[in-house]
Every structure is written in structure tokens, then in C-alpha cells.
Design a protein around this ligand. Structure first.
Ligand code: IMP
Ligand code: MG
Length: 187
């Protein structure tokens, strides 16, 4: 059980070891920073926060509580992988229900890695004619970015190429409930 395996700031899961990388306290600070930027840029507006499930759930709930402006919330579930293979396209496995026409949309994402997910999802959202469209991502891996238009407008923190779990990030759907973010120990 992954939650029984937290020892000396490390977590083990199926033979892999993950070391604490971003503490819960630092995450809270990153979220505050993003919220302040959004609050400043959207003063007097009422943005729609589109939470990309499930990874961004924790970020969304903390971010919205840190936002001192009117906003609404909706969700979408995106899938770019089938099993372990990228299909090269992104489908809405749980579609966006809200009407976003003429709305100021902020997509709330956990991490932008290659950018393929955000590249396709932004194209898809633009067809629904929002007034504006931006992306807030807790983390990004700039060294891995393959789609320039997927670069997030708001980022909590950039990280090098690492596989992370916790605070929404999963391994085989587990570990999302760990309060800190842990990175896979290499070698
Ligand atoms: P991209 O489409 O390559 O940018 O990948 C984005 C998606 O892959 C994210 O929304 C995450 O769900 C997942 N992902 C990327 N890196 C990690 C990681 O280090 N840990 C867990 N999930 C990740
Ligand atoms: Mg995701």
C-alpha cells in the first residue's frame, strides 16, 4: 500500500522509490503565486476554470479557494494514451458539458509534458469560440515540450524531465492523495 510506505520522505511502489521533491508547504506557495497572477489578469472578469481530470483536481480546488474573483468551474477528462501507447490524438473521455462561447476560459492542468494534450485540447476549445483561452498548469517540463502553442500561460514551477507522483499525479491511478509531490529516483 503506497500510503503505508512513506519512510524518511520517500515512498515506494512496486519496487520503485520516489523521493519527496516538492513539499506540501511549497505547493501551497506555488498555488498562491498562480492565483495572484490570475486574480490580477482577470480582475473584473468571471473566468470559467476547466479542470482536466483527474490529475488537476487538487490544484483546482486549492487554486479556486485562493482566487479572490468570481469564477465558475467545470470539468473534462482527456485521454491521449491507450494502454501504454500514445495514440497521437486526444479524446474527451468525459466531455466538457459547459457552454464556453464568449467566456474567458482558463484550463487548469496538472502538468504540461510534451504538450500534445494541451495542443489538441486548445484546438478543440477554440472551435467552441471562447472570448479568451489560457492555460494554468501547476508544473511543466520545458525540456520535453514539442508543441510551442501548448506552453502554459501560468506555471507554478518548471521541472526537469522527472516522473512525479502525489498531489493529483498518479502511478496506475494511485498516489494522487499524497499531500506532497514525489519524484522517481533514477538508477
Ligand atoms: P503531455 O500531453 O505529454 O503534455 O502530457 C500531459 C499529461 O501526461 C498530463 O496531463 C499528465 O496526466 C501526464 N503526465 C505527464 N508527466 C507526468 C508525470 O511526471 N507524472 C504523472 N503524470 C504525468
Ligand atoms: Mg493530465
Amino acid at each position: 500500500m503506497i500510503n503505508d510506505q512513506i519512510v524518511n520522505n520517500s515512498v515506494s511502489y512496486e519496487g520503485m522509490i520516489f523521493d519527496e521533491y516538492i513539499s506540501a508547504q511549497e505547493i501551497a506557495q506555488l498555488v498562491q503565486n498562480v492565483a495572484q497572477q490570475i486574480a490580477r489578469d482577470y480582475a473584473g472578469k468571471q473566468p470559467v476554470l476547466v479542470c482536466v481530470l483527474h490529475g488537476a483536481m487538487l490544484f483546482l480546488t486549492d487554486l479556486m479557494r485562493a482566487l479572490p474573483i468570481d469564477c465558475t468551474v467545470t470539468t473534462v477528462r482527456l485521454q491521449s494514451y491507450e494502454g501504454t501507447n500514445s495514440t497521437g490524438r486526444v479524446t474527451e473521455s468525459v466531455p466538457l458539458q459547459a457552454d464556453i462561447r464568449d467566456k474567458d476560459v482558463i484550463v487548469v492542468e496538472d502538468i504540461v509534458d510534451s504538450g500534445i494534450t494541451m495542443h489538441y485540447f486548445k484546438q478543440n476549445l477554440r472551435e467552441r469560440q471562447p472570448r479568451s483561452l489560457k492555460v494554468a498548469s501547476l508544473l511543466s517540463k520545458p525540456s520535453e515540450l514539442q508543441f510551442e502553442d501548448a506552453k502554459p500561460d501560468y506555471v507554478g514551477r518548471e521541472i526537469p524531465k522527472k516522473f512525479v507522483i502525489g498531489y493529483g499525479f498518479d502511478i496506475n491511478e494511485f498516489a494522487r492523495n499524497l499531500p506532497s509531490i514525489y519524484a522517481l529516483r533514477e538508477g
